[in-house]
Design a protein around this ligand. Structure first.
Ligand code: FEO
Ligand code: CA
Ligand code: CA
Ligand code: CA
Length: 640
């Protein structure tokens, strides 16, 4: 999510504090990385004893104090519930299987309900979402339903799939669109809302932009390469100032397979993880569209960003090929001061890349509908970071992914812009984009001066030749993750140069007393976390960080508890824990009412893989992915 589209936001910038903190961080981090080369013991001795290190910690705790965050930070938790600060309340909006249409069947916990029921209910695994206001007491929510927990969806736990089961799983994927209304009791789903809609893995949609109609997008069912059925593995999201929702197709590779032993997966598809085995979802056995031997091009029709008009339930979702094809995490869209629309995009896989799209056309604030095709045409770039040896900040450039430039030529296997976009990952490698520690969400600060991306973790870092330990990916076998921040020159997001630093390096200072595993100096025993994933700024400039990490609460992760949500002050660097989720969940998905007095947070897969959660209903109930609502007892702004 992002709230960077408005032009009237207050930035709450405190430049003096910012530079004070940055200088301290620079010194601490440079010193740490310098000493890292001398061995961990040396660094430990440094952190424990040197006056400089002590002064950095003292500065964090005394002279730097956030004016942005007003809540009492909470402790880590392993409880099977959502924990929030004193003075805050939690309630549930909707859970997997709840009806979103009047007269639709209620949730059936037996796992025996048919596909037709799921088609009328909220899908599984709530993820990215955006609230679109209709009135003070009415809004429409668009929410991704990322994937299915087959052990919960089916009584047979996915072991004895039938054609109807495959359809049921397809109906549990996609996007749920539904109206919510506010009464004296708070917000609730309006099952009679005129805009209510389920978009599933079978909803007709259209490929648009430079790759539409290319031979690689043609299938037996669609000789023109234009019409696609459905969207699935919709991870995070974005929204546009012209009122549309962006849903991002992530791990699409898991849905394809074939029983045909003679089928060879082409190298271009191997790069995207396509394999003949179809162990997880088993769709290809009952739906030929997912059989690679029968429809070898079908995977090329997925891995895109899809634009949806939530105000028109009859509208056809549009797959925007100009934004490239990869395992999209979110789409952080902002209108640059130049008027061009800039969309930052992460490709969440170990050693993949960070991207930026700049629209050809300019945003017209006076004529909303004139902006409808801004995502149709533009330039895609991949990020290349550089740093001096051992430094945790540096320079970077955006390298253009345009046919005919930077080696994207027929000699290197690229014959058109369509091929560059369909094989975006290969193009990024060709031009030398930096391999990253799994880029997840990007968020742009409302003052437009900087942007951040969560690099969630990467066990391959330092173990593969193309993933060296350097720059914004400074730890081998990175188990905790970090957040990289970049500032384009003059706040102009269309230019190709930027400066970068690491806003936070997650770590465990209780277990690791020294070195980068202890985390940056804004990580403490009180706020530690691992695997930052969801990310978003609110209007006030608070940075919200959601985690999708290890919840074992032991060894390297001791003291971190369940997955959580933190709030950070980008100016002071302070990070406070705001929310902890129930057992074995991921916290992902964030949106607010315009007054920021209700926050909607996604609790995804509580109790995954048989872990003992009964969230949200308790007792011995089946765990269900749920959107929760956070409000303040005094009715104030969340986080303030
Ligand atoms: Fe669906 Fe990368 O998280
Ligand atoms: Ca994610
Ligand atoms: Ca993740
Ligand atoms: Ca997830």
């Amino acid at each position: 999510m992002s709230y960077n589209n408005s032009h009237d936001l207050c930035s709450n910038l405190n430049t003096e504090q910012d530079s004070e903190f940055t200088q301290l961080m620079d010194k601490a981090v440079a010193r740490r990385s310098f000493l890292a080369g001398m061995g961990a013991l040396g660094l430990g001795a440094f952190v424990a004893t040197t006056p400089l290190a002590q002064s950095v910690q003292a500065a964090m705790k005394t002279t730097v104090h956030s004016k942005l965050m007003g809540f009492q930070p909470i402790a880590a938790s392993t409880a099977d519930t959502v924990v929030v600060p004193e003075g805050y309340k939690v309630s549930n909006l909707i859970s997997w299987g709840d009806p979103i249409f009047a007269g639709a069947p209620e949730f059936d916990a037996s796992g025996k309900a048919p596909a037709s029921s799921q088609a009328l209910q909220f899908g599984d695994n709530t993820d990215g979402m955006t609230l679109f206001p209709l009135a003070d007491d009415r809004a429409v929510m668009a929410v991704n339903n990322e994937y299915t927990n087959n052990d919960l969806l089916f009584d047979h736990k996915g072991e004895n799939m039938t054609a109807d089961d495959v359809l049921k799983a397809q109906n549990a994927h996609g996007v749920s669109v539904f109206e919510i209304k506010k009464t004296s009791k708070g917000w609730s789903v309006d099952r009679s809302g005129k805009l209510n809609r389920r978009i599933t893995a079978n909803t007709p949609m259209q490929l648009t932009g430079p790759a539409a109609g290319h031979d690689l997008l043609k299938t037996s069912a669609d000789a023109n390469g234009i019409e696609v059925l459905g969207t699935f593995n919709n991870c995070a999201n974005g929204e546009t100032p012209w009122g549309t929702y962006l849903t991002c197709e992530e791990n699409f590779h898991n849905y394809f397979g074939t029983a045909d032993d003679s089928y060879e997966v082409p190298a271009e598809q191997k790069r995207y993880g396509i394999k003949p085995e179809d162990k997880r979802y088993k769709w290809s056995k009952f739906d030929e569209r997912f059989d690679l031997a029968k429809n070898p091009n079908e995977p090329n029709r997925h891995g895109w960003v899809v634009e949806i008009d939530p105000m028109n339930p009859e509208s056809k979702p549009l797959k925007r090929t100009a934004l490239g094809r990869f395992k999209h995490e979110n789409a952080a869209l902002m209108v640059d001061n130049s008027g061009h629309v800039v969309v930052y995009l992460g490709d969440d896989e170990r050693g993949e890349h960070l991207y930026k799209f700049v629209s050809k056309g300019k945003y017209d604030a006076a004529n909303k509908s004139a902006n409808r095709n801004l995502l149709e045409e533009g330039t895609l770039y991949v990020a290349k970071f550089s740093a001096n040896e051992g430094e945790l900040k540096g320079k970077g450039e955006w390298i253009e992914l345009t046919f005919g430039k930077n080696g994207l030529t027929p000699e290197n296997g690229f014959n058109s812009q369509a091929e560059v976009l369909i094989h975006t990952r290969l193009a990024a490698t060709q031009v030398g984009g930096t391999t990253m520690d799994r880029p997840e969400w990007v968020a742009v600060h409302p003052n437009k001066m900087s942007a951040c991306c969560t690099l969630t973790n990467n066990k391959n870092r330092g173990k593969k030749d193309n993933q060296p330990v350097t720059g914004p990916n400074p730890r081998a076998g990175n188990k905790y993750g970090q957040i990289v921040r970049w500032t384009p020159a003059n706040g102009d997001h269309t230019v190709t140069e930027f400066d970068w630093d690491l806003f936070v390096i997650a770590g465990n200072p209780s277990v690791h007393k020294e070195g980068l595993l202890a985390g940056s100096s804004n990580v403490t025993a009180e706020n530690m976390f691992n695997s930052p994933d969801g990310l978003g700024f609110d209007k006030g400039g608070r940075l919200w960080i959601m985690t999708d990490g290890k919840y074992s609460n032991k060894d390297d992760f001791a003291g971190m508890g369940n997955n959580q949500m933190l709030c950070a002050d980008p100016e002071t660097g302070e990070i406070h824990r705001f929310l902890v989720g129930p057992i074995a969940c991921e916290v992902t998905g964030l949106t607010f009412t315009p007054d920021q007095k209700t926050m909607f947070v996604g609790i995804q897969h509580p109790g995954e893989k048989g872990k003992p959660s009964h969230f949200p209903a308790g007792g011995d109930s089946k765990p269900r992915s749920t959107i929760v609502m956070i409000t303040r007892e005094d009715g104030g702004v969340i986080g303030a």
